[in-house]
Design a protein around this ligand. Structure first.
Ligand code: MV4
Length: 454
């Protein structure tokens, strides 16, 4: 096992990793940008190194400075968290070349999964069902048109180097195709430096359901029961839960087996997530794979009563899987992402937190690096806290979450707490009947002119 690791991240995930490392008896090195001098991850690590000014490009994405920090402090491994450098194959490669263990899969796997079209073809070979669409990247709009005619509209154009919803265009008729094709190409070029597109049938009224994979370096792979992630806006998830209120037992079983087999087929190592779309008939399709620890990992931890970050660190050091397939999930878990933003227009709301009280009690977990008196810097994402609850049933979990959020106080900045309370008390959420369009519809409803009272 390592004796010291460096955490190349900030915020709640950096703190989460510091705590896990401490529990494993590992010393921790924080890296921080100038405005993060008073951030909790900086204060709570055993050592800290300033890696640059506020812009992420000069600090949390500054590979030479991060590698130097690891070398100066004699860290043996680097945990990238999520975002920033977590899925940058070049960073993983540089770590490996410098004799530092990258706590994640090998660079080759990150690279493979980062090319969304290649990942799609590779997963098809590994027997995962994929959405009908192109075999390869599409060269021009004529080719797209022919293919779209064959599979039928609506179709979706996706950037080969995209992911997470960036560089996607939905096309509902052949008339729009030429224009949308060139817009999607330029967007992909601008965002990823690669204009390559591929095409799929667009599934309407689908659910976004993902499977967590845990794999050691000795060929053992385990798939954990799903996280339902359909409550999202502009590809930012807001609420996640497990189990999915929609998935039937036999679908779940098939998805778990398929994910496990696919992970084995490509020699996956470390933690990862397979994202699926599931349609109204419970047909599931591979969408993309994430090669990092995800924001919503606590939902799975609560279900299984385990620590995925500790497991991820142990796996990186070469240990065998410590989980057994006989370990079963229990009850129901929910996660709400509390963002520092205006709940009406989603504009970030950084600034000083004058007063902060977190919820608590049995089955309530808070993953956050915020504290009373701390100033939320404007330079990074607006995730302020994740509130996670666990209870025997879905109904009890929702009640627990509502109570937790109602008894939580943040003064000084705006947050999306009011939006969460609205969703948690909506009939569609309570019934469990929602899909990936739920939140957009829900928000549009609120904006529609309300009938005047007589
Ligand atoms: C799709 C899709 C429907 N059909 N692909 C979103 C993020 C990225 N992982 C791929 N995504 C989707 N791909 C096909 N063929 C629906 C989504 C999708 C989505 C689309 C529009 C609005 C919200 C969405 C939320 C989740 C997934």
């Amino acid at each position: 096992m390592f004796s010291k690791i460096l955490i190349a991240n900030r915020g709640e995930i950096a703190l989460r990793i510091i705590r896990a490392a401490k529990e494993l008896g590992i010393k921790t090195v924080a890296v921080y940008s100038e405005p993060d001098r008073e951030s909790l991850h900086t204060l709570l690590a055993d050592e800290r190194v300033c890696i640059g000014p506020a812009p992420a490009s000069e600090s949390y994405l500054n590979i030479p400075n991060i590698i130097s920090a690891a070398e100066i402090t004699k860290a043996e491994a680097i945990h990238p968290g999520y975002g920033f450098l977590a899925e940058n194959p070049r960073f993983a490669e540089i770590c490996e070349a410098e004799g530092l263990v990258f706590i994640g899969p090998p660079a080759s796997i990150i690279k493979l999964m980062g090319d969304k079209n290649q990942a799609r073809q590779e997963m098809k070979k590994a027997k995962l069902p994929i959405i009908p669409g192109s075999q390869n990247v599409i060269e021009d709009f004529q080719e797209a048109k022919k293919l779209a005619q064959k599979i039928g509209y609506p179709i979706i154009l996706k950037a080969a180097s995209g992911g997470g919803g960036k560089g996607m265009r939905i096309v509902t008729s052949p008339r729009q195709l030429e224009e949308q094709f060139s817009i999607a190409q330029s967007e992909a070029q601008a965002a990823f430096g690669n204009p390559a597109l591929y095409l799929e049938k667009f599934l309407v009224s689908a659910r976004h359901i993902e499977i967590q994979i845990v794999a050691d370096k000795h060929g053992r792979v385990l798939a954990l029961e799903e996280r339902e992630c359909s409550i999202q806006r502009k590809h930012q998830k807001l609420i996640e839960e497990s189990p999915s209120p929609f998935l039937q037992a036999k679908t779940r079983k098939r998805m778990l087996r398929a994910a496990e087999e696919a992970a084995k087929a490509i020699g996956y190592q470390s933690l990862g997530t397979f994202e699926f779309l599931v349609d109204q008939d419970q047909k599931f399709y591979f969408m993309e794979a994430n090669t990092r620890i995800q924001v919503e990992h606590p939902v799975t931890e609560m279900q299984y009563n385990l620590d995925l970050i500790k497991e991820q660190i142990r796996l990186a050091s070469g240990e065998k899987l410590s989980l057994s397939p006989s370990q079963l999930p229990q009850g129901h878990s929910l996660e709400c992402r509390i963002n520092a933003e205006d709940p009406h227009n989603f504009v970030p709301s950084p600034g000083k937190i004058d007063f902060l009280v977190f919820p608590g009690g049995p089955g309530v977990r808070v993953d956050s690096a915020a504290y009373s008196g701390w100033t939320v810097p404007p330079y990074y994402d607006s995730l302020l806290a994740k509130i996670i609850v666990h209870a025997p049933t879905r109904q009890e979990a929702i009640t627990k979450m509502y109570t937790a959020l109602e008894t939580m106080t943040i003064v000084g900045i705006k947050t999306n707490l009011p939006l969460h309370l609205k969703i948690l008390s909506s009939t569609d959420f309570l019934s469990g009947r929602y899909d990936i369009q739920f939140l957009e519809r829900f928000l549009a409803q609120g904006k529609a002119p309300q009938p005047k009272k007589a």
